[in-house]
Design a protein around this ligand. Structure first.
Ligand code: DGT
Ligand code: CA
Ligand code: CA
Ligand code: ZN
Length: 570
């Protein structure tokens, strides 16, 4: 069990306690412990083994016991009992924007609502509006939230899906008789949201593997338990299919279940043009089948270069592979630094030095600090006076720290009329400016586009932050003509951010591809508000790869010296 899993369970315990209406201090103790574990720099396993959990700030004795049980046995009876003591629908109701544990508890206690369906009915009959602390406006918001959930379906963030898929693969890989194993589907293609998990294993003997699969602790419900395919619902509500095939079939099944469906159809058509048939079991001619030991062999047999899973959307990858013109996709290891992180000077959780050291530990050579500007008062935006003081501290740190260079940036608000939130004199004191929209999301598309274009035209602005403001599975972005933004960026030599926060992934991959075709450079930023969030960067790499980007399309693959030259900083 790893750190983020332990943190997620503690956090969920806190939420479950809130749903039960327990003492808020107890619930908070779990939320705080979760945060402390998530942000822990050291090795949790080691701390547990050496009985040194007490060294973590804010973790009391009974919490230490629970963490130890979790880490050593992989389970926590207290958590399982707590989960079982509440209807599962309550946790689902928390997915509705604006519905916290307090409100969900009130709905359950007062109206007996324990599922999304009952909630919808109650809203439609007006009963929710009559509850104390709710009202017609809240009821309307809940209905809109329910509709939003319908539209996004039951999809999950890539980050969440990856975490649980990783654990499932661990289980399977440790079983005797498992030869090869992989998660296919949208997760392997690194889509930003995931519908269900498609797990594939090769083995001579499927039975025991299927049995072990449906018995994993992550399984909440068994839907089907067969010899070639089993289906389960996982504890987070996600479906997961397991297929077991022979090792000879594995490459074909891997390719088929990775998809996308559109890519598969185009590949099958290409096979047909060679007089071959391609399906999840084989690639075969009229007389014999063509053995392939891995996916690359399948592509080779059809005169194609290997197509990385991220590109398999039938948006030209097969034609490019045939012409040997696939891009050499960017990789995580290509990143040398990044430009958009927050510190405790604004709404971040850690100091400049803590962020710098965390970045250095990840192998980055430069870290651009971009705290908020004054108009974002909720995020403690920096006044010009505090900007000066922060710059003095950055200078001092740069003197002292070796192997990591801090850059003086800002995430400057784009005001409703497109002006920037600092005057030109203050702006001149930064090494660079990330310009972002954080307010007045309801402007018309024309207004919003004009607003962003005006900000981009400012000579000091280097890059545009989170271009649409979307929050995946939570809210749509503001309306903006991205094509026009990208054209202006191309003309003016401005850079567009790929915000790697798993809730954002904004710019999206489709527009990355478009940006590249226009000659716009991109930058991958974690928008980290804590040291642990620097680890969002690989999700940005996923977007970039799906957008066909190479190392030279992304600003922060440049070494420090070239970045300094580009920024005009000595
Ligand atoms: P998701 O789960 O909605 O995030 O998206 P996927 O891509 O994982 O889709 P899923 O789980 O329905 O199916 C997994 C893969 O199986 C899919 O990417 C391609 C393959 N597949 C599924 N249905 C079909 C089909 O009707 N025709 C073909 N050619 N392939 C299919
Ligand atoms: Ca899937
Ligand atoms: Ca599936
Ligand atoms: Zn922002």
């Amino acid at each position: 069990m790893d750190k983020s899993r332990v943190a997620a369970i503690l956090d969920e315990i806190g939420t479950l306690l809130e749903l039960k209406g327990e003492n808020p201090f107890r619930a908070n103790a779990y939320h705080n412990a979760a945060r402390a574990i998530e942000q822990l720099e050291g090795n949790l396993e080691e701390l547990v083994a050496q009985k040194r959990l007490g060294e973590i700030k804010g973790i009391g004795e009974s919490m230490q016991e629970k963490i130890t049980t979790l880490m050593t046995t992989g389970r926590l009876p207290y958590y399982e009992e707590l989960r079982a003591s509440l209807p599962h629908g309550l946790v689902e109701m928390l997915r509705i924007p604006g519905l916290g544990p307090k409100k969900v508890k009130a709905l359950y206690d007062e109206l007996g609502i324990d599922s999304l369906e009952k909630l919808r009915t109650a809203c439609q009959s007006g009963r929710v509006a009559e509850l104390r602390g709710f009202g017609a406006k809240t009821q309307q918001k809940i209905l809109e939230g329910l509709q939003f959930l319908d539209q996004t379906g039951k999809r999950f963030l890539l980050s969440e899906a990856q975490e649980i898929a990783h654990r499932i693969l661990e289980h399977l890989r440790n079983l005797p008789g498992v030869l090869r194993s992989e998660v296919c589907g949208s997760l392997r293609r690194r889509k930003e949201t995931i519908g269900d998990l498609d797990v594939l294993v090769s083995s001579q003997d499927a039975g025991p593997i299927m049995d072990a699969f449906v018995r994993m602790p992550e399984v909440a419900q068994i839907v089907a338990h067969g010899t070639t395919k089993s289906s389960v619902v996982l504890e987070n509500g996600m479906n997961c299919d397991l297929r077991v095939v022979s090792d000879e079939q594995f490459p074909f099944a891997l390719h088929y279940f990775t998809g996308s469906k559109e890519h598969n159809i185009a590949m099958r058509a290409r096979a047909q043009s060679y007089g071959l048939k391609l399906n999840e079991y084989e690639l075969a001619g009229p007389k014999r089948s063509i053995p392939c030991k891995d996916e690359a062999d399948i592509f080779k047999a059809l005169d194609l270069d290997y197509i990385p899973p991220e590109l398999r959307e039938n948006t030209g990858e097969i034609e490019a592979a045939a012409a040997h013109q696939l891009p050499d996709l960017i990789e995580v290891g290509d990143l040398r630094g990044t430009f958009h992180v927050h510190t405790d000077w604004s709404d971040g959780a850690a100091s400049l030095e803590e962020m710098a050291l965390a970045a250095k530990k990840l192998g980055l050579k430069y870290l651009g600090i971009a705290d908020h500007s004054p108009s974002l008062t909720v995020a403690n935006g920096l006044s010009p006076e505090r900007v000066r003081r922060q710059h003095a501290e950055i200078d001092a740190l740069n003197q002292r720290l070796k192997g990591i260079r801090l850059l003086k940036g800002t995430e400057c608000d784009i005001l409703p009329d497109g002006q920037l939130d600092y005057d030109d004199k203050v702006l001149a004191s930064f090494d660079y400016v990330v310009a972002s929209v954080h307010s007045h999301f309801n402007q018309s598309q024309e207004e919003m586009t004009r607003r962003i274009v005006r900000a981009l035209m400012h000579p000091k602005v280097l890059m545009l932050g989170h271009a649409t403001g979307r929050l995946l599975l939570r809210r749509e972005g503001y309306k903006v003509d991205l094509d026009q933004i990208l054209r202006v960026a191309a003309e003016q030599g401005k850079i567009i951010e790929i915000n790697a926060n798993p809730y954002r992934l904004d710019l999206d991959w489709i527009h990355c591809k478009h940006a590249k075709s226009l000659g716009v450079m991109l930058v991958i930023n974690p928008d980290a508000h804590a040291p642990s969030e620097l680890k969002f960067l690989p999700f940005g790499i996923d977007v970039a790869r799906r957008g066909w980007l190479t190392k030279k399309d992304v600003l922060n693959t440049l070494p420090l010296s070239q970045v300094l030259r580009r920024l005009g900083v000595r």
